[in-house]
Design a binder for this molecule. Structure first.
Ligand code: GDP
Length: 312
């Protein structure tokens, strides 16, 4: 792809979008279009259409959306389904209408049925009921996959969908009520260490298994795909390996240097028991994740500490 290609990154300020922009910049791309939420409300159809008409991007990375951990998904069900489906419908339709050459839509591994066989292959989509805690978000993300597929099948639009496992890394949210498990554990372990607290609270039973992907690897996979001759389809992206939350908590405590006792808050939801992705499809295109979980947590903890410094 030409390095002067005009690229719109929707969600450039978020963890995923900012990683994609860094990765593209490192590869020599320079012609980025970005808009903050205050400048462009992606749930507003007329505003999005005007934006595409005026800017005519050639390539789009759709990394914008309402995201959060198990509790946020469960509590803010209306916002999670409404905002995500509006953003996807507006951006994907306007991208097609205004002649975008290639688009990459970012979803999540929660689109797959709760109890499907593991590791999860792309073709298990819509083969069974979803996990309840994040069903509204998952339904919206399935809609995005189906939008890309439909515009490809009817119009030949080169729209690709990428489903990453649980992402973590620089620029994550550490808001304990609403964030994902890995940033939550980093913050809790750090605060327990600094405050001399003997116990660390972990939600649920500690038994659910999760697969974690360093966000820089996710960005690398997206750029790899957009650089390939793939012109449509659904692609899982993950490490190919998972672990129970119990072991994740121990690993985070070890990296942070906190050796208190783990207490399980059993009245909090466990969510889906497991969602390990089958990554053969992406592997067959010559892509593999580079960052081992421990190394990624070390880097993420450094980012967390540097942000504390900046805010203190
Ligand atoms: P999920 O992958 O959609 O379920 O989202 P999360 O990353 O929020 O949660 C993953 C798992 O970690 C769930 O089983 C949670 O109950 C568990 N967990 C344990 N402690 C925490 C915590 O402090 N915050 C969050 N968000 N999840 C936690």
């Amino acid at each position: 792809m030409d390095k002067s290609t005009k690229i719109y990154i929707a969600g450039h300020a978020g963890m995923a979008g900012s990683a994609i922009q860094r990765r593209l910049a490192a590869a020599g791309f320079t012609n980025f279009i970005t808009r903050t939420r205050a400048e462009l409300d992606l749930t507003n159809q007329a505003a999005v259409d005007e934006f595409f008409a005026a800017e005519t991007p050639e390539v789009v990375y759709l990394a914008a959306g309402k995201v959060g951990g198990i509790k946020a998904n469960n509590n803010f069900r209306a916002e999670f389904i409404y905002e995500n489906l509006m953003i996807e419908a507006n951006v994907i339709h306007s991208a097609w209408k205004h002649g975008v050459q290639r688009l990459l839509f970012l979803g999540s591994s929660c689109i797959y049925p709760r109890d499907c066989a593991q590791p999860i292959r792309e073709d298990y989509l819509l083969s069974g009921p979803l996990e309840q805690t994040n069903e509204p978000y998952a339904v919206a993300k399935i809609l995005g996959v189906k939008l890309c597929e439909s515009y490809y099948r009817q119009y030949g639009a080169q729209f690709i969908s990428v489903m990453p496992s649980n992402l973590y890394g620089p620029n994550d949210s550490y808001d304990l009520e609403n964030c994902h498990v890995l940033p939550a554990l980093i913050r809790k372990a750090h605060e327990a260490k600094v405050g001399g607290t003997p116990e660390l609270i972990v939600w649920g039973s500690g038994n659910p298994r999760r697969e974690f992907l360093y966000v820089e690897d996710m960005a690398d996979a997206c750029v790899h795909l957009m650089d390939s001759d793939i012109d449509h389809g659904l692609y899982n992206v993950g490490m190919g390996d998972d672990l129970p939350i119990r072991e994740l908590a121990e690993l985070v405590m070890d990296v942070v240097g906190y050796d208190g006792k783990i207490v399980y808050e059993q009245n909090q939801p466990d969510g889906t028991p497991r969602k390990l992705l089958n990554i053969d499809r992406l592997k067959s295109l010559g892509w593999l994740a580079k960052t081992q979980l421990r190394d990624g947590i070390v880097l993420t903890y450094q980012d967390f500490l540097s942000r504390l410094d900046r805010h203190s």
